[in-house]
Design a protein around this ligand. Structure first.
Ligand code: 13P
Ligand code: ZN
Length: 275
């Protein structure tokens, strides 16, 4: 099968376009990766031509020999659907999980996203904690969530609770909460370590003054998670723009009742008393 005909590639391309439509991907902002199933890789291998091994910049031994579909560094999410062969690539990792090589795509040169260390370290954590279920890591420059990192304390508890309060579906969609990475230099191993540490507990990590990372099982769930968090952040921005004081809100006991009916576990650390 041709790479561009494969369902996982079509899903990836559609998600890139959906993110662009949301306004989350100015210029080359944001990046996306998918951990390809062995049978999916085998189904498109006829089109592979393998290039030189390159260092990942970190080590992900539990992802050794796996294949990933990733956006290219400096490539525009907007262009993924228009010229996918130029914008995205399939990479293969070596037997130690320390080097990668491009097998398909980036036909006009280039390399995988500069956030490859964060994507791969997050994939490694998620593969381990979900028994291999999670396959998608998504980074976007979500406007409202970024805005909140200038005014809320950069604490997991605060972001989780404030965003839960803004939409009743939130605690059901991200019951484990949200982690916050303080401002750090992007693109390297340090921010990858900090983010993947949070991914052991959460599916969402916010990068202060930069954007968001979401992890999930498939394209729909991962996009839906990003969309839900950002929508909630938008509501909070609107509320804070009207008044610093909410007149009424969803209270801790309301969340506890919701948790029972929706069969989710909401950690008590997020249900603190505010007054
Ligand atoms: P890339 O173009 O290298 O993917 O970088 C975009 C970005 O959002 C960096 O955080
Ligand atoms: Zn970014």
């Amino acid at each position: 099968m041709k790479v561009l005909e494969a369902e996982f590639v079509r899903g990836f391309i559609r998600m890139a376009g959906d993110g662009w439509d949301q306004g989350w991907h100015e210029r080359n902002g944001g990046n996306l990766s998918y951990r390809i199933k062995p049978e999916e890789a085998a189904s498109v291998e006829e089109e592979f031509s393998r290039r030189e091994w390159q260092p990942i910049g970190t080590s992900v031994p539990d992802l050794a020999k796996e294949y990933f579909l990733v956006t290219g560094s400096g490539k525009y999410m907007r262009n993924v659907s228009i010229k996918p062969e130029d914008s995205i690539c399939i990479i293969e990792l070596d037997e130690k999980g320390e080097n990668y090589r491009i097998c398909w795509g980036l036909v006009n040169g280039g390399k995988p996203t500069s956030e490859l260390p964060s994507h791969l370290m997050n994939h490694e954590v998620k593969k381990n904690v979900t028994g291999g279920r999670y396959r998608v890591i998504y980074h976007a420059h979500t406007t409202n969530t970024i805005a909140l990192t200038f005014v809320l304390p950069l604490k997991d508890e605060t972001f989780t609770r404030e965003l839960w309060e803004m939409a009743t579906e939130c605690p059901v969609v991200f019951p484990d909460g949200i982690g916050i990475v303080p401002w750090m230099v992007p693109g390297g191993r340090d921010i990858a370590v900090a983010t993947s540490e949070l991914m052991k507990k959460y599916d969402v990590a916010v990068w202060a003054h930069h954007g968001m990372f979401c992890a999930g099982e498939d394209f729909d769930l991962t996009f839906g998670l990003m969309h839900t968090v950002e929508k909630s952040a938008e509501i909070l921005v609107k509320v804070l723009s009207m008044t610093p004081n909410k007149r009424q809100t969803i209270e801790p006991d309301d969340f506890r009742n919701l948790a029972v009916d929706f069969k989710v576990t909401l950690p008590e650390k997020f249900l603190y008393e505010k007054h």
